[in-house]
Design a protein around this ligand. Structure first.
Ligand code: FDA
Length: 311
């Protein structure tokens, strides 16, 4: 399929906008954005996220809870985010939700002080291990990506159940995957959601999909319990076919999708006997998350603009 230059431009604009603090302030206080937010976000509070988790589990869909919030301005904020995550893992265990948590290390302060971030991550991983809740680490923009991978590398020996997101689009990814020694990492393979320069990242959709499929096969063969974070039929069908060919059972890997995206496919996968986990954000700091979701599907921007016009 040829790449539509207008769509590509809107996508880039949305990704640039996702990091604009002034726009964030403007949008975050606009009641008009709420409709779109509620499609992707469970609610403002952990309690609301727990309620949505229960609903999803009734349909055979597991959850990974994500407390919204990314780059923090000071380390006090990162300490607060860490406590909130500890509260979330305890609530998951108390309520027997079978969920994981997904955490962004920029929220734990990796951009300010990697040593303090490592302490926060350790606090969270210990609290999670105490109650038996797995932790997943999101992969962010390349400005913090390598540091995120190093933090994971340092933590994974003590906490081998931890999962790290790996971006198929990034040129360094195959080397990163080959570079683990003494541990075979649990990964969530995603395409990559950030605006990256051509030296660092594949840019063409077709190329990224091909790389995703190649890495998916590699993960199925080489890694324990891989997770495939995608809504793309071309990738989902490829994973299903490869697993069949390799004789890997449907419960020995996992599909992951974002809350609010392709719910019909989520349910169909569960009904077919595949494991499916939904990434479920909650909290107030939804702006950058929402803008990335709109960049993934610029048609969503039209929905949003329509809601602005119609009030
Ligand atoms: P693609 O973008 O081709 O979408 C396939 C189809 O899915 C579209 O045609 C559309 O129908 C539907 N779709 C996709 N996105 C949609 C949206 N936002 N709204 C409505 N429909 C949509 N990235 C990253 O860099 N670091 C990370 O840690 C993570 N973590 C993560 C966890 C999970 C569970 C998922 C599913 C995704 C991520 N991502 C991520 C995001 C990922 O990198 C990627 O940007 C999106 O998944 C979109 O790529 P797809 O593979 O879904 O294909």
């Amino acid at each position: 399929m040829p790449v539509d230059p207008e769509v590509t431009m809107i996508k880039r604009l949305l990704l640039v906008a996702s990091t604009n603090r002034r726009l964030e302030k403007l949008m975050s206080t606009s009641p008009l954005a709420r409709g779109l937010v509620s499609r992707y976000v469970a609610g403002d509070t952990l309690q609301e996220a727990i309620a949505v988790t229960r609903e999803l589990r009734a349909h055979g869909i597991d959850v990974s809870l994500d407390l919204l919030g990314e780059t923090v301005d000071d380390l006090a904020e990162s300490a607060i985010a860490t406590k909130a995550y500890v509260e979330a893992v305890r609530a998951i265990a108390e309520n027997r939700l079978g969920a994981t948590v997904s955490v962004k290390l920029s929220q734990l302060g990796i951009g300010l002080d990697p040593a303090v971030c490592a302490d926060h991550l350790d606090e969270l991983l210990r609290a999670a291990a105490e109650v038996g809740v797995p932790v997943e680490i999101d992969m962010e923009h390349s400005s913090v990506g390598p540091a995120t991978l190093e933090a994971f590398r340092a933590a994974v020996h003590d906490h081998p159940g931890t999962r790290i997101a790996i971006q198929a689009a990034m040129r360094r990814t195959p080397g990163d995957l080959e570079s683990f020694t003494g541990v075979t990492p649990r990964i969530r393979l995603v395409k990559g959601a950030f605006l990256e320069p051509i030296e660092k990242s594949l840019q063409e959709r077709k190329e990224i999909t091909a790389q995703y499929r190649y890495l998916a096969d590699w993960a199925l063969v080489n890694l324990p319990d891989p997770a495939f974070g995608t809504h793309d039929d071309a990738c989902i069908d490829h994973v299903k076919r490869s697993a069949d060919r390799l004789g890997i059972a449907r419960r020995d890997f996992e599909f992951q999708m974002l809350h609010g995206v392709r719910r019909d496919v989520q349910r169909a996968l569960a009904e077919e006997g595949y494991r499916i986990r939904v990434y479920l954000p909650y909290g107030m700091q939804w702006y950058p998350y929402l803008m990335r979701r709109m960049a993934e599907r610029p048609a969503n921007l039209l929905l949003f603009l329509r809601s602005l016009v119609s009030g």
